[in-house]
Write a protein that binds this ligand. Sequence first.
Ligand code: ZN
Length: 423
Amino acid sequence: MSTNNYILNLLNIEDKNIFINTKNIQNKVINGKNYKIIEAFLSYSPDFCPHCGVINESKNNIIKWGFRKNCIVKIPKQGNCLTRLILHKQRFFCKNCRNTFIAETSLVDRNKNISKNTELQINLELMEKQSEKDIAKRLDVSVSKIDRKLNEISSHTVLRHSSLPESMNWDEFKATKDTKGKMAFIIVDNNSGNIFDIQDSRKSRDLEKYFRRYSKTQRDSVKLISTDFYTGYIFLAKKLFRNANIVIDRFHIITQAYVALNSTRISLCKKSNKNYNKLKDLWKLILKNENDLSNIKHYNKHFNQNISQKEMVDFMINTNKELKATYECYQGIINSIHNKNFQKFKNIIFHPNQNISSKMKQALRLYRENIKYIENSFKYDINNGIIEGTNNLIKTLKRIAFGYKKFDHFISRIFLIKGIIKG
Ligand SMILES: [Zn+2]
């Protein structure tokens, strides 16, 4: 292999018409960044003239006519160095039509200064969970370059599925600023755990239009839809999916009781309460499943003695009648779900202790109104890991969505990261 080909190989440059000036490879620091600057020439004997089409038979019809100098091309980093190719492109003169033209290369598109390799690298980087700012910084391109790349990708991001998942989960998350509704709608396939689609609105009207793109037969083959308590979803599921069992998933059932107990605790966290610090700092113990509380005694500063988790919780709930009743109600709910004991669950929500807080009363009312769909969550087993995975995914989406102004871009990145589309 010639030295030139060897260097081209190292730089991942396929165009063998590029000649590296090995005497002019410099390391420079520009604005505090390390650069490797490589001088190269692009030249070859053209086959024909792009203006008049004359064939360059004897190699005399078209002659070399100097260089267009100093085209700076961004190529991928070498080692830890940002790398620039100063490319001098051969100019040609056609004797037949008396026009000149410039040599072309597969390294970079005409009038561009970002090599195709770098473009490809942007796509690959967009598939990783990282901010666009970081990508721009690492590849030494502008943020607007990344933005344009996402424009390009999102312009052909249309997910088309030939059928709907047999079992799907519907959920929402707060979306970017430019979306129609405030909330975006996400569909996850309950069997694979993969995102099926994301829509920029959770409004019934928009969702109905979306689902009606699938034929009635396709919709009739959907067997299960899991969702939260949002009445709009339940109404829509009943209207469009007549064979589907509607399930309110365990995660959202538990969340209601969890939030109710926690706000009851918070309402007691007043400075005037002598147990203020205990209730404030030991909140995790109160929300924990009572069966998971430890009996081992350790020193605790709030109690200034050796005390077990169980004893601490007992102490705290016995400081207030309402807290105690609400706590017991919560524990009953999470354990009846955990043990798949629907009778016990029903008993708790239809015959509650009258001392429970108004927040918990509200939660129980919601349970009673949706008892049919809650019962289904005891009947139909949806993989717990997938439910959890979905909810973690949505949490991550919320975090990422925050930085996005354009919904299309956000969705494209999610799909890129999840490997649903290719850049
Ligand atoms: Zn010509």
